[in-house]
Design a protein around this ligand. Structure first.
Ligand code: FES
Ligand code: FES
Length: 228
C-alpha cells in the first residue's frame, strides 16, 4: 500500500483555507486602520455650500386673546402652541399637557365655544379670539353643572385628564343641543333623539382617561343632560 504524500508537497485543503482567511483579515485590518476621509470628501456628506443658510427665529409678536373673559396680550413667537401660551405665558396651568400630539385630549379647551386640542394649534392662529379653559367653567364660586356632576359621580381618580374631560363634556352638551350628529347617530339627517350612553362614549372618545373612570364620566354627562 502506497504512503500518502507529505503535507508540504501538496497543499492540504484546511491549511489553504486558513492562509486565505489570514490574508483577508490582514487586508481588512489595513483598511480599518486607514485615516478617515476628510468631511468634504466623504460620500455621505453633502458639500457645505448646498446647505441653506440658517435663518434667525421669527421674533415674538403680541397676540391678543380673551381668556376666560379677561383680555390678555401675550408676546409670543409664532411657533408657540396655544397650550404652551396658556400654561407658560398666561399662567393658566389647569389645562394639561398629556401627549402634546393630539392623542389624549388632556389639553382640550374651548375656542369660540368649540372644543379643540390646544397642543395642535398655534396661539397666533387665534389672535383676537375667545378661549375658555377649565379655570373659566365656574361662575365665580359656583361650579358649572358638569363640574358638580363629576364630583357627584366620582368621575375622576388622579384628575390629570379631568380639565380636558370637563371642557369636552361642556362642548358636547352644547353640540348635542344644537342637533349635531355623531358617528353613532342612527339617522344623521334627523336630530339625534337622545343622548344615549353610546352617544356620550363616542362624543367623548377623544379624551383618554388612563385611570379608566369612563363609566363615571358617562354617568356624569348623562345626568347633566337629563337635568336639562
Ligand atoms: S396634550 Fe393635546 S391631545 Fe394630548
Ligand atoms: S382621572 Fe386619571 S387619567 Fe383620568
Amino acid at each position: 500500500m502506497s504512503k500518502p504524500d507529505a503535507p508540504n508537497d501538496v497543499p492540504h485543503a484546511p491549511n489553504l483555507a486558513r492562509r486565505r482567511f489570514l490574508q483577508s483579515a490582514a487586508a481588512a485590518a489595513t483598511i480599518g486602520a486607514a485615516p478617515p476621509l476628510p468631511a468634504e470628501e466623504s460620500p455621505m456628506t453633502e458639500p457645505s455650500s448646498s446647505l441653506p443658510p440658517l435663518r434667525p427665529a421669527p421674533p415674538a409678536r403680541p397676540v391678543r386673546l380673551t381668556i376666560n373673559g379677561r383680555p390678555h396680550v401675550l408676546q409670543l413667537e409664532p411657533r408657540v402652541t396655544l397650550l404652551d401660551a396658556l400654561r407658560e405665558y398666561a399662567g393658566l396651568t389647569g389645562t394639561k399637557k398629556g401627549c402634546d400630539r393630539g392623542q389624549c385630549g388632556a389639553c382640550t379647551v374651548l375656542v369660540g365655544g368649540r372644543r379643540i386640542n390646544s397642543c395642535l394649534t398655534l396661539a397666533v392662529m387665534h389672535d383676537g379670539e375667545s378661549v375658555t379653559t377649565v379655570e373659566g367653567l365656574a361662575q365665580h364660586d359656583t361650579l358649572s353643572p358638569i363640574q358638580r356632576a363629576f364630583i357627584e359621580h366620582d368621575a375622576f381618580q388622579c384628575g390629570y385628564c379631568t380639565p380636558g374631560q370637563l371642557c369636552s363634556a361642556t362642548a358636547l352638551l352644547d353640540e348635542f343641543k344644537a342637533g349635531t350628529a355623531s358617528t353613532v347617530t342612527q339617522d344623521v339627517r334627523a336630530r339625534p333623539p337622545d343622548l344615549t350612553q353610546d352617544e356620550i362614549r363616542e362624543r367623548m372618545s377623544g379624551n383618554i382617561c388612563r385611570c379608566g373612570a369612563y363609566p363615571n364620566i358617562v354617568a356624569a354627562v348623562r345626568v347633566v343632560y337629563e337635568r336639562g
